[in-house]
Design a protein around this ligand. Structure first.
Ligand code: FES
Length: 88
């Protein structure tokens, strides 16, 4: 599935979560629980849709998703940047 971030377009592998795909491609993402409880990984969704196997416990605004536990249903546009922007 195609994922478009602020800096990159990449293909999410079927075997990885969106959080794993963002880490693999060098994006700046936060996490703690990696299972929908803490909300640390939340990112803003600009286009596309996801769902969840179980409703996540973390609070989410209408335009936010949890990359650690969402299922990507269609190509996504999300507000995430590459790490290198932060180290400059
Ligand atoms: S890492 Fe905790 S909700 Fe995603």
């Amino acid at each position: 599935m195609q994922v478009i971030t602020e800096d990159l377009i990449f293909q999410l592998d079927e075997s990885e979560t969106l959080l794993e795909g963002l880490e693999r491609t060098g994006h700046q993402v936060e996490y703690q629980c990696r299972s929908g409880y803490c909300g640390s990984c939340r990112v803003t969704l600009r286009a596309g849709s996801v769902d969840y196997e179980k409703p996540p416990l973390a609070y989410l605004r209408r335009d936010e998703i949890l990359p650690c536990c969402c299922r990507v249903l269609e190509p996504l546009v999300i507000k995430v940047q590459l790490k290198s922007k932060y180290s400059a």
